[in-house]
Design a protein around this ligand. Structure first.
Ligand code: GLY
Length: 353
């Protein structure tokens, strides 16, 4: 099984891309994973492909709550009952929950079968489905159990985006902003010029392709996140804290909204610690405020948010919180470690291009 994180294709005709890839799979060995929504909205596109018309379909529940070991066991059992072998292929049709869980099941069933991700949300197209991170939530912790092993291919049909609502488009777009901030000023400019009042899907499709080149370049250099791949956590240390906090307060944020607010905090840190330009900071903050609105917190919430950051699983030392700081102007990324005294020291600097 090839561990090739670069095998990502953006297409407007999934059938053409998929046909060639499923042609070699033995009869009866193709399986499809969806959730309830993608079964309804996206599966018909797949079932127009003759080789897939009769492929068995397992539909998990919608949402992050279903990303559990129980669902994994059900899917392992189902694959076994349906005659799955080491020559089987699993097609994961859905957002990040489906591609994360389906990838984990494929990487573990019979010690690993082939799988292809067919992401249907913008978030999974530009992030979750790409780069080989798979896993499930466990013990109340997100993505606590998993493996990193890339899909044989990631086929992105941008037509699926037309079924997404504006909030889910914005959620995925936050990861694209992150990629722009890890790339060139002109890439960031193109993102900041995107008009969500009148979204142009052909422009969005070009921006997705641009985003994927940034993610692939980083993942290709460091598939197992020992160094530069940590830069893909930009916005996520504070973002994950906002996300968990919002759930505990019963005013849940979509992941990308939390990342967008996290980007504001971490770019401010980058401005203070690493010279991220103030003009850029102002532009990004304005874009986020205009499109994502604000998430209200008060000073009383700081201790809880700080505790959540201290428990971020990316931290490597007790009492320290890691942040990715983009410098942008020099295309250098710093991973800063913030200690309890709030002094920062940069300990990794890596050119991204
Ligand atoms: N979502 C961040 C990564 O793939 O590394």
């Amino acid at each position: 099984m090839a561990n090739n994180p670069s095998n990502v294709v953006v297409t407007r005709d999934l059938a053409v891309e998929l046909n060639a890839r499923v042609a070699q799979v033995p009869p009866g060995q193709l399986f499809i994973l969806t959730d309830q929504t993608t079964r309804r909205q996206c599966l018909p596109v797949l079932q127009q492909i003759p080789a897939l018309a009769q492929a068995p379909v397992f539909s998990m529940e919608d949402g992050d709550d279903a990303k559990t070991i129980d669902t994994v066991v059900q899917l392992w059992q189902w694959l076994g009952e349906m005659g799955g072998t080491r020559k089987s292929m699993l097609l994961n049709l859905g957002g990040g929950v489906v591609t994360d869980l389906g990838g984990f099941v494929a990487n573990t069933f019979k010690r690993g079968i082939r799988y292809i991700n067919l992401p249907t949300s913008l978030l999974s197209m530009v992030d979750a489905a790409v780069g080989g991170k798979t896993g499930i939530n466990f013990n109340g912790l997100k993505n606590e159990i998993g493996v990193i092993h890339a899909a044989e291919a990631v086929l992105i049909d941008v037509r699926f985006l037309t079924t997404l609502d504006g909030r889910n488009l914005l959620s995925g777009f936050a990861e694209m902003l992150k990629h722009g901030l890890l790339d060139t000023p002109s890439h960031l400019d193109r993102l900041l010029a995107f008009d969500f009042q009148n979204p142009d899907f052909s422009v969005l499709s070009d921006l997705i392709a641009l985003s994927l080149t940034v993610k692939q370049r980083i993942v290709d250099q460091d598939p197992t996140e020992k160094g530069i791949r940590k830069s893909l956590n930009l916005g996520h240390t504070i973002g994950h804290a906002f996300e968990s906090f919002s759930h505990s307060q019963q005013r849940p944020l979509l992941h990308g909204y939390a990342v967008a607010y996290g980007l504001i905090g971490e770019l401010y840190l980058a401005h203070k610690c690493c010279g991220f330009p103030q003009k850029r900071l102002v532009e990004v903050v304005r874009f986020i405020r205009e499109n994502y609105g604000a998430f209200e917190i008060t000073c009383d919430d700081y201790p809880v948010l700080y505790q959540l950051m201290c428990h971020d699983k990316k931290n490597e030392a007790v009492g320290a919180v890691n942040f990715t700081c983009s410098t942008m102007w020099a295309r250098y990324i710093w991973i800063a470690m913030l200690n309890r005294n709030s002094s920062t020291r940069a300990w990794i600097s890596t050119a991204t291009a």
